[in-house]
Design a protein around this ligand. Structure first.
Ligand code: CA
Length: 391
């Protein structure tokens, strides 16, 4: 789960320990005093004495910029494999009683919950391998998002103090996302549920706690238990690509009138639902309609690739087909390609912002404006072909 990592910036303007040249040890003593003033017990605070200097590996991962921009095809192929599908089906059967109990209570269908579990931690096998306290302390001491991670660290200490988990059992990702469904401490505090009623919320080891907590989060974020996530569709030949994107919604009736069809060519089923057209590989690649549950999945992790993967994997568990119109040989852009594309767009009068090698909203808007000006399909998709054309 990444959702809170993206709303936390702004700490660069504050006085951080790092910027003041404060040592880690003296910073930690201040944090200890603050935690103590918040009522966290001395026994829990002993865990802070075990912390080492900021972890280089955490900072490295935090500032890591990949060399290539991930393509949808590559992203999907790493996460939806025959082995993953078989394993998910076996786990759905193995935990059928528990998952049905969770569905009755929160309205999240088992195949979706298991798909989240698969994508977040490979069904609990890879939860990150970091000490959450150590990771959060490192990021809270670092200036970039100090305030956000300081709050998360204090919340993590509160979770330990409340007896849910021991400090040494509190494992997670380099960014402090914890347990088998990768909850940040603040999400744990708000949505964690003691599913097996043993008095502790253990999202590291207890499957009832893990499933209840994730389903509670999804349910409170708008999950619809009687709806699908969306589906792959065919676009009509004259489709206006300016209508694509997760921000624009139309009713299924409207999309049908615009000529969208199921991938087998039949009419899309009409229900009283809003949907967006999602094009993860641009106009040449597959097209999807994303419904309300697609939007809720993006609350869990605000990535279109992520949300499509969860939905498509859930479909595969229940016998749905693979993506029909997958783009083969989708060419990945390097970060320097993207920088060059942004520079070329800017110099041609299409403002893509300061060239940073990341394809964000402004770059997509600039791509669209350029595409419109030269009569290309306005899918806003940054690609190597587009770069070559601009060159
Ligand atoms: Ca429990």
């Amino acid at each position: 789960m990444r959702q809170l990592l993206l709303v936390c910036c702004g700490s660069l303007l504050n006085f951080s320990a790092f910027a003041q040249g404060q040592t880690f040890d003296s910073w930690l003593q201040e944090l200890r005093a603050e935690a103590s003033s918040l009522g966290i017990s001395e026994i829990t605070l002993l865990a802070l004495d075990q912390l080492e200097a900021p972890l280089d590996r955490v900072l490295e991962l935090d500032s890591n910029q990949p060399e290539f921009v991930q393509t949808f095809g590559r992203y999907l192929s790493l996460r939806i494999t025959p082995n993953q599908i078989d394993r998910g089906r076996a786990l759905l059967m193995q935990h059928a009683v528990l998952l049905e109990e969770v569905r009755r209570r929160y309205g999240v269908q088992p195949h979706y919950l298991v798909a989240f579990w698969a994508v977040e931690s490979n069904y609990g096998r890879t939860t990150g391998g970091f000490s959450v306290l150590q990771a959060l302390a490192t990021l809270a001491y670092d200036p970039r998002r100090a305030d956000f991670f300081r709050r998360e660290l204090l919340t993590a200490l509160q979770i330990i103090d409340d007896g849910h988990i021991a400090a040494e059992g509190m494992g997670g990702s380099w960014a402090g996302a914890m347990g088998q469904l990768q909850f940040m401490p603040s999400i744990f505090a708000r949505y964690g549920v003691d599913g097996d009623e043993d008095g502790k919320i253990d999202i590291w080891n207890s499957l009832p706690d893990i499933f209840y907590s994730a389903a509670n989060f999804l349910s409170q974020s708008g999950w619809q238990g009687d709806e699908r996530w969306g589906r792959e569709v065919l676009l009509p030949e004259n489709f206006d690509f300016g209508l694509a994107g997760s921000r624009l919604r139309k009713t299924l009736q409207e999309w049908s009138e615009l000529g969208l069809r199921r991938v087998d060519g039949t009419n899309i089923p009409i229900a009283d639902m809003n949907a967006s057209v999602i094009l993860p590989s641009g106009a040449m690649g597959p097209a999807f309609l994303g419904y309300a549950n697609f939007r809720t999945t993006m609350v869990y992790n605000p990535s279109i690739f992520y949300a499509l993967t969860v939905g498509l994997l859930a479909d595969r568990y229940t016998g749905g087909p693979a993506v029909q119109r997958m783009l083969i040989n989708e060419e990945a852009m390097s970060v320097s390609d993207v920088v060059e594309l942004q520079e070329l767009l800017n110099s041609n009068g299409f403002d893509s912002g300061a060239p940073d090698g990341r394809v964000g909203r402004q770059t997509r808007m600039a791509v669209r404006a350029y595409q419109r000006s030269v009569g290309l399909a306005t899918d806003g998709h940054a690609s190597r072909q587009l770069l070559e054309r601009l060159r």
